[in-house]
Design a protein around this ligand. Structure first.
Ligand code: CAA
Length: 381
């Protein structure tokens, strides 16, 4: 297995800068590459902010934070960014045409030894890897936002990924202090996004039809479904552009995975991209990190059974189709979304029969999306 010393991260957005930071925090020499210096300046400011936070919370020492910062070299010139690199982690926006362009440039300069990894959240690893000179030494490493705090990394082999590269990916994730979960099949959304992205759309349907406010729905998500953030809050935090692109990519490959609500596309086209643009479902100030106030009192105003039913149905699909087992699914939701209670445990408390009835009611609107998965049906018996 190749030795990893130097990592080049392509793309310095929310995910790219976080991946660069945790790589440097764990001793790797890191190059952070973007197409313009101003993007890199903004990314390095965010890294500085995050390191200062970790110092403030006594997670690292001040001198250590300076060394970590010094281990990250921001570079615009792609050729220079790829010199002597052992691992490339691509974290550019989710657009296959853009990735195609990026990888064709990378292929011109990357050394023979460089292994390729993509942080794609929704595009099939096999499809991307075929755009490159090395589909056998290509792997999906899907980190979660914020990479500095979330422990999960989904490891997704493509159709031609060599076993040694899967092992390399798993070992790298462990060396970053993260927990890998292997995604056995290269399906749209992998594990966590197959649950998260459809849930954002479902929340939009609930907002439209249930006569409740966003903070009532989000409070119920936080206090009754045990997620650390409300679902609209999490969508804004992730980025409406990310949700919109993920929706497009997942839905174009599998109509069963998602039931798109037009609200997401509308927010996207009006430039309301969430926290990063100051407006999304909610409005924000200019602080680096900002939370939406949610309360147990407001949670009492709403029953989130529809969202729970959809989450359980998509989770069941993953199990039925051997993408992961129940244990890995719960681990992924706990470490990737901060879910504080097991999803199927919440389902059990609500009652699986009630969940199936909810889905059967919803089936009239979109049969292929809401039809209860056989695994979920067996739980209700
Ligand atoms: N670096 C360092 N510190 C950070 C930070 C960062 N990048 N981001 C936030 N913090 C700090 C905050 O500033 C805050 O500090 P203060 O106490 O000084 O204010 C501290 O972390 C804790 O924040 P909270 O009080 O809000 O505490 P929390 O318990 O809710 O934890 C959280 C924060 C870990 C983000 C948690 O809310 C969480 O897990 N949210 C869900 C995130 C999630 O689901 N991510 C996955 C999204 S999907 C995805 O990423 C995949 C995709 O492909 C789309």
């Amino acid at each position: 297995m190749p030795q990893l010393n130097k990592i080049t991260v392509l793309g310095s957005g929310i995910m790219g800068h976080g991946i660069a930071q945790i790589s440097a925090m764990n001793g790797y020499q890191v190059v952070l590459r973007d197409i313009e210096q101003r993007f890199l300046d903004s990314a390095m400011d965010k890294i500085k902010w995050s390191l200062d936070k970790l110092v403030e919370k006594n997670k690292i020492k001040k001198e250590e934070s300076e060394k970590i910062y010094g281990r990250i070299k921001p570079i615009v010139e792609l050729k220079d960014a790829l010199i002597d690199t052992d691992l490339l982690i691509e974290a550019v926006p989710e657009d296959l045409n853009l990735k195609k362009k990026v990888y064709s440039e990378v292929d011109q300069f990357a050394e023979e030894k460089t292994v390729y990894a993509s942080n794609t959240s929704t595009l099939p690893i096999s499809e991307i890897s075929q755009l490159t000179s090395r589909p056998d030494r290509f792997i999906g490493l899907h980190f979660f936002n914020p990479p500095q705090l979330m422990k999960l990394v989904e490891v997704i082999p493509g159709a031609r990924t060599e076993k040694s590269i899967v092992d390399l990916g798993i070992n790298l994730v462990k060396s970053l202090g993260k927990d890998p979960v292997l995604c056995n099949k290269d399906v749209p959304g992998f594990i966590v996004n197959r649950i998260f992205i459809p849930l954002v759309h479902e929340a939009a349907y609930c907002l439209e039809s249930d006569g409740k406010t966003m903070t009532q729905i989000d409070s119920a998500v936080k206090f009754k479904l045990f997620l650390p953030m409300g679902i609209f809050e999490l969508a804004d935090y992730t980025g409406i552009d990310v949700i919109h692109k993920a929706t497009f990519e997942m839905y174009s490959r599998d109509k069963k995975v998602i039931y798109p609500h037009p609200m997401i596309a509308q927010l996207f086209s009006s430039g309301k991209l969430g926290k990063k643009s100051g407006d999304g479902f909610y409005s924000y100030g200019d602080k680096n990190y900002e939370r939406v106030p949610l309360s147990e009192e407001e949670a009492k105003q709403y029953d989130p059974i529809r969202m729970l039913s959809v989450a359980l149905n998509n989770a069941s699909w993953l199990i039925t189709n051997n993408v992961c087992n129940n244990e890995d699914l719960e681990l992924a939701l706990r470490l990737g979304m901060g879910l504080k209670k097991e999803l199927f445990e919440i389902g059990k408390e609500y009652g699986f029969e009630k969940i199936i009835n909810t889905l059967n009611q919803l089936k009239k609107g979109n049969e292929s999306f809401y039809t209860p998965d056989p695994y979920l049906v067996t739980l209700s018996k």
